[in-house]
Design a protein around this ligand. Structure first.
Ligand code: TYD
Length: 218
């Protein structure tokens, strides 16, 4: 039986990590076999590409180079990790996926949403998530949260304008792929956000329906 594929998206500081941890814990309690991975990264090769992209010293990096590097890291992750796991029947949870590229490189860096979707169609070969959870946050709030946590990497150092375009891009994408993307207001408290994510999981896949929820998804 083919497993589910769920990606989680959101601007920097949207609380993605917290929600992913809560989601995984809940699904594991139900006996669901989870494979967690993240982008950019998740394989040795993809992690190397990740450090190349995020290195603050690489100020001369061209936008298209960046977009193609993200797509390369993704192609490796899909082939080596995601596709085999889904075929084994695992539920794959991915911290960021193709929508991050479409929003950051396509919309915010203005390479074009269609261009980035095209490039990535080669990288993912049709393997779109069954569900994408979008943690929707106002950019000022997101950046403020992130700043208080740690030093900023190259991507996070971009002007606030960039982050505004990221939020805007995600909102555009949520409309463009309304059937796949579930958007949740990330300014709500942690428990409320978690509960609406679980309600969506139940609605889509029957997860969490009862104690035997794991057996109910098809
Ligand atoms: P990371 O430290 O993983 O950020 P976060 O914790 O917010 O996920 O860094 C990933 C950065 O890379 C983040 O700013 C978003 C950006 N990114 C892209 O621009 N394009 C992509 O395709 C992906 C996957 C990430």
């Amino acid at each position: 039986m083919r497993g589910r594929f769920i990606s989680i998206e959101g601007g920097d500081g949207s609380g993605k990590t917290t929600q992913i941890q809560l989601l995984i814990k809940k699904l594991e309690e139900e006996g669901i076999d989870i494979l967690f991975t993240r982008e950019p990264g998740g394989t040795v090769i993809s992690e190397k590409i990740r450090s190349l992209i995020l290195d603050p010293a690489h100020i001369e990096m061209k936008d298209m180079t960046e977009a193609l590097l993200y797509a390369s890291a993704r192609a490796q992750l899909v082939g080596e990790v995601i596709k085999p796991a889904i075929e084994e029947g695992k539920t794959v949870i991915c911290d960021r996926f193709v929508d991050s590229s479409v929003v950051y490189q396509g919309h915010a860096r203005e390479l074009g949403i269609e261009t980035i979707e095209d490039i990535n169609s080669y990288a993912i070969r049709g393997l779109y998530p069954d569900l994408t959870i979008l943690l929707d946050i106002d950019p000022d709030e997101g950046l403020h949260r992130k700043k208080s946590q740690k030093e900023l990497d190259r991507m996070e150092m971009q002007a606030l304008d960039f982050h505004k375009k990221v939020s805007e891009g995600y909102r555009l994408l949520a409309i463009r792929h309304a059937d796949r993307i579930f958007s949740v207001d990330a300014t709500q408290d942690i428990e409320t956000i978690h509960r609406s994510i679980m309600a969506e999981m139940k609605r889509r896949f029957g997860y969490g329906e009862n104690e035997n929820g794991a057996r109910h998804h098809s």
